[in-house]
Design a protein around this ligand. Structure first.
Ligand code: URA
Ligand code: SF4
Length: 208
């Protein structure tokens, strides 16, 4: 299968990685999206937040988590006592995947496939090497499957600080799985879902 590997430079400078990622054609998602949305934040950083893929707003802005899900995430981090200045934010897949609504030009988010998650993973591995986080917060099933493999179940492990896979040599040392902020926006009881997300994130300050 095609992957991003041939587009990833040897450099572990985030600026170099980000500019190389703009030209990635590691899978077909670059064709219809506006641009690559690379991670954002300090390097090194104690904490990496890993989402699924950029949404409509992120695709246009070129930055991760700047739309409604991002605003909710910011509020949750603040309530959980996580210092945002020490957080690097990125996505498992770096191009927006969507289908067009039948009428009009609304773009509707589509879940990335396992193949697309695997294709984009070399960028994530390079970011981990550049950012050297102590903990990676897995926001939802796509993020969890990228880092932990397809059999990992968020529902079975949410809120637990778990050891990271050995391939990462201790960077990160731990992972924490929780739900995706978009799922909170869709939940029947939003306040309850938000509180549960904050509760999971409260484990993060302990490892910062
Ligand atoms: N959802 C994500 O997973 N990532 C973003 O950057 C925005 C929304
Ligand atoms: Fe490359 Fe990832 Fe975009 Fe696919 S989604 S083209 S692998 S950056």
């Amino acid at each position: 299968q095609r992957t991003a590997a041939e587009f990833v430079p040897d450099s572990r400078s985030l600026d170099r990685l980000r500019s190389a990622a703009l030209g990635c054609q590691g899978c077909d998602l670059y064709r219809d999206a506006t641009q690559t949305v690379f991670g954002d934040g300090p390097a090194p950083a104690k904490v990496m937040m890993l989402g699924e893929q950029p949404g409509d707003r992120e695709d246009v802005a070129g930055e991760p988590f700047v739309g409604p899900a991002g605003r909710l995430l910011d509020r949750a981090l603040e309530e959980a006592g996580v210092d945002r200045s020490q957080v690097y934010v990125t996505n498992a897949v770096k191009h927006f995947k969507f289908v067009r609504a039948e009428r009009g030009k609304q773009r509707i988010h589509k879940k990335p496939s396992r193949g697309e998650i695997v294709a984009c993973r070399p960028w994530l591995v390079a970011e981990l090497e550049a950012v050297q986080p102590s903990v990676v917060v897995l926001l939802g099933a796509t993020a969890a499957s990228s880092l932990m493999g397809p059999s990992f179940r968020v529902t079975a492990h949410r809120g637990e600080l778990l050891p990271a896979p050995e391939e990462f040599s201790g960077r990160p040392e731990r992972v924490l799985a929780t739900v995706h902020p978009s799922s909170v926006l869709r939940a029947p009881d939003r306040d309850e879902a938000f509180a549960a997300l904050v509760k999971d994130l409260r484990a993060v300050p302990d490892v910062m």
